[in-house]
Design a protein around this ligand. Structure first.
Ligand code: GDP
Ligand code: MG
Length: 314
C-alpha cells in the first residue's frame, strides 16, 4: 500500500453500516461523525439513493461508515433497488448501527428490521436518534420500550442527536472498540469514496428536495454532463480557475418540468444558486453551473436509465 500506516499495534479498522427506515437521520449522523457534509440530507423520505462510504480516521481507529438508502416497502423499481442495496450491505460489514427514531415509540417497521438483523451474525448497536426531541421525563421509558422491542441484552443502546451531536462521541468510542485490529483501509486524509460527479449531482438533487414538494422529489434524477476547469483572466495577468459544471435534471412528466423551471425560470435559478454555493464550498473556488431540465417518462422503472444514473442492481 502506498500510504503511511498507523504505528500503533492496537489500531483498529473496519466497516460500519447504518441501517434503518428512511428519514431516521442516518445521513445526518454520518455527516456529524465525519464533521463535514459527505451525505445529503432532507426532510423528504428516501433522500439517500447511493450507498455512500464516509471515512473517519482517529488516532485509535479508522471507521468506514456505509450509509444506506433505508429499508422500506418498495413501490417501484427504484425503490426495490434501494432496499436491495441496503440489505446487501448487511453481509459486508463488521458492525451494524441500527438507527431508530428515538423520538417515537417503536413501530411495525422497526420490528421488521430488528428481525432481519437478528437472523444474521454481525454485531448490532442500537442508536436512538433525535433524542433532542424526547422530554427528559420520558427518556427512561423510551429506552425500555426499545429494549423490549429488541428482546435481548446483546445489543447496546445509545441515545443521541445527530443535529446537536449529543451522544455522538461516546458512540464513536464504542464503535471503535467493536472493530477488529487492522491497518488503514483508506488514506487517512480521505473522507468519502464518492466520485466527484456523484457528489456534484447529489448537491443539485439536495436543492431540488429542499425547494420542491410532493411528487417532484422522488421523480427527479440528476446527471452531470460535463465538468471543466476554465481559466479566468484576472487583473495584472493573474490566472485563476473557475469550474464549469453542466448538468441535466431528469423529471418524469411535463407538469414536473414546469414546476422545476418555475415562473420565468425562478425555481431553476433558486436551485442552481443553492447548488452552486454548496459546490463552491466543496471545490474551494468559483463555480459556474448550468442546469437543463429533461423529461424522461417513467425513468424510475427503466433498468437502462437506472444503471446510467448509477443506481445499479445486485
Ligand atoms: P435518513 O433518510 O435516515 O438518511 O435521514 P436524514 O439524515 O436525511 O434526516 C432526515 C431528517 O431528520 C432531516 O430533516 C434531518 O434534519 C432530521 N434529523 C436527523 N437527525 C436528527 C436529530 O438528531 N434531531 C432532530 N430533531 N432532527 C434530526
Ligand atoms: Mg439518508
Amino acid at each position: 500500500m502506498s500510504f503511511l500506516q498507523p504505528i500503533r499495534e492496537d489500531y483498529r479498522s473496519g466497516f460500519v453500516a447504518l441501517i434503518g427506515r428512511p428519514n431516521v437521520g442516518k445521513s445526518t449522523l454520518v455527516n456529524k461523525f465525519i464533521g463535514e457534509k459527505v451525505a445529503i440530507t432532507s426532510p423528504v423520505a428516501q433522500t439517500t439513493r447511493n450507498r455512500l462510504r464516509a471515512i473517519l480516521t482517529t488516532p485509535k481507529a479508522q471507521i468506514v461508515f456505509v450509509d444506506t438508502p433505508g429499508i422500506h416497502k418498495p413501490h417501484h423499481l427504484l425503490g426495490e433497488r434501494l432496499v436491495e442495496s441496503s440489505k446487501k450491505v448487511i453481509g459486508e460489514v463488521d458492525t451494524i448501527l441500527l438507527v431508530l427514531e428515538g423520538c417515537e415509540e417503536p413501530g411495525r417497521g422497526d420490528a421488521f428490521i430488528v428481525n432481519l438483523l437478528k437472523a444474521q451474525p454481525i454485531p448490532v448497536a442500537i442508536v436512538l436518534n433525535k433524542w433532542d426531541l424526547v422530554q427528559q421525563l420520558d427518556q427512561a421509558q423510551r429506552v425500555e420500550e426499545y429494549r423490549s422491542l429488541v428482546g435481548n441484552d446483546d445489543w447496546s443502546i445509545f441515545c443521541c442527536s445527530a443535529l446537536s451531536g449529543d451522544g455522538c462521541d461516546e458512540l464513536i468510542k464504542k464503535i471503535s472498540s467493536f472493530l477488529p485490529l487492522g491497518p488503514y483501509l483508506y488514506p487517512p486524509n480521505v473522507i468519502s469514496d464518492q466520485p466527484e460527479e456523484i457528489v456534484l449531482s447529489e448537491l443539485i438533487r439536495e436543492q431540488v428536495l429542499l425547494h420542491t414538494r410532493e411528487e417532484i422529489p422522488h421523480s427527479v434524477a440528476v446527471k452531470i454532463d460535463r465538468v471543466e476547469e476554465v481559466p479566468l483572466k484576472k487583473r495584472k495577468g493573474d490566472l485563476s480557475i473557475r469550474t464549469a459544471v453542466l448538468a441535466t435534471v431528469l423529471v418524469e412528466r411535463k407538469s414536473q418540468k414546469g414546476i422545476l423551471i418555475g415562473k420565468g425560470g425562478s425555481m431553476l435559478r433558486t436551485i442552481g444558486q443553492g447548488a452552486r454555493l454548496q459546490m463552491q464550498k466543496l471545490i474551494a473556488g468559483p463555480v459556474y453551473l448550468e442546469l437543463f431540465v429533461k423529461i424522461v417518462p417513467d425513468w424510475r422503472s427503466k433498468p437502462g436509465r437506472l444503471a446510467e444514473l448509477g443506481y445499479e442492481g445486485k
